[in-house]
Ligand binder design. Structure first.
Ligand SMILES: [Zn+2]
Length: 322
């Protein structure tokens, strides 16, 4: 069987990462990473994409002619048919044509998808979703997003935004959320929610070891700092993590009751680095979900880490969603 290669790109708000992938085996042959700046000119974004495409091919050891396709995962709302980034708040670009100029330049098919969708595709083909046709991949970061796989394909929904699990409402009059709503899961279970709880505790005079680890401007704390604080028995951080994880498990129970997936895959730094968060979330999920759908459910951690996006993006031209 002839080998087949594609370039996968993960275009985010702070960095752009590309890699050459063997689309038969999922093997990653060469990667390239560059920082991105907010509100770049459109041609600068495309130039940066070309830069990482060419560097990753060079480092991969294959010939440029062997690349059969390019896939781009973007943090934002996309028009998959026309290959346009409609709205990318973190990237600082709207209505940016991506597929057409890249396809014209490199002479191969180019597809785009959103970042959560491509990470889910990566897990589906080569990670924790292998050999599973019906699952939900939930990624916990500063926000919470998910990809839905139905009958082996990504389910996009009527207008392409399916999977916004972070904005399911837990409390009608709850905490304000970045989406403008109140009481969303994301405002209780994300890394940002944990940081906010810790900062509120500090303001109330509680002692904690993570004061220096919090980026006050962004209201963020790294997953690694959280896991270290837990190891040291930091009560404030422990409480914040426990509370966030219980909320995630509660949200996931609704997903299980509603969708009856075969598998839930949890990814993102918090899940990977903070064992307590994962354990409590799974416990709460199993405790709350209805007995019959939870009996057939398995929960796994995502396998591909930071590379899920580029591996999945490289698979965009292989299999489309519904
Ligand atoms: Zn929200």
């Amino acid at each position: 069987m002839a080998e087949s290669y594609a370039v996968g790109i993960d275009l985010g708000g702070t960095k752009v990462l590309a890699g050459v992938i063997n689309t038969k085996t999922g093997e990653l042959l060469g990667t390239s990473k560059k920082k991105t700046k907010q509100a770049s000119e459109q041609h600068q974004i495309l130039k940066r994409l070309s830069g990482v495409i060419e560097e990753s091919i060079e480092l991969s050891g294959i010939e440029p002619e062997q690349v059969k396709a390019i896939g781009v995962g973007v943090a934002g709302m996309v028009d998959r048919e026309r290959g346009i980034l409609l709205s990318g708040v973190n990237i600082g670009a709207n209505n940016l044509k991506i597929a057409e100029p890249l396809s014209a330049h490199y002479g191969v098919p180019v597809k785009i998808g959103n970042d959560v969708e491509v990470a889910t595709l990566g897990e589906m083909h080569f990670g924790a979703g292998k050999k599973c046709d019906n699952f939900v991949c939930v990624f916990v970061g500063t926000g919470i997003g998910s990809g839905i796989v139905n009958r082996g394909k990504i389910y996009h929904g009527a207008s392409g935004t399916a999977g916004e699990i972070g904005h399911t409402v837990l409390y009608p009059d709850g905490r304000p959320c970045n989406c403008g709503g109140l009481g969303c899961l994301e405002a209780y279970a994300s890394r940002l929610a944990i940081a906010k709880q810790v900062m509120a505790g500090i303001t109330r005079g509680h002692a904690t070891s993570v004061v220096a680890d919090i980026d006050e401007n962004k209201g963020l704390i790294r997953s690694r700092a959280i896991s270290q604080a837990l190891e040291q028995g930091d009560k404030l951080v422990t409480r914040a993590v426990e509370e966030a994880a219980k909320h995630l498990g509660t949200g996931l129970a609704s997903v299980v009751n509603f969708y009856n997936p075969e598998r839930i895959i949890l990814g993102g730094g918090l899940v990977e680095e903070v064992e307590l968060y994962f354990d409590i979330a799974v416990n709460e999920l199993m405790h709350r979900a209805l007995p019959i759908p939870s009996r057939s459910l398995t929960v796994k951690k995502a396998k591909l880490g930071d590379y899920a996006g580029i591996i999945g993006a490289a698979m965009l031209t292989e299999r489309n969603g519904v």
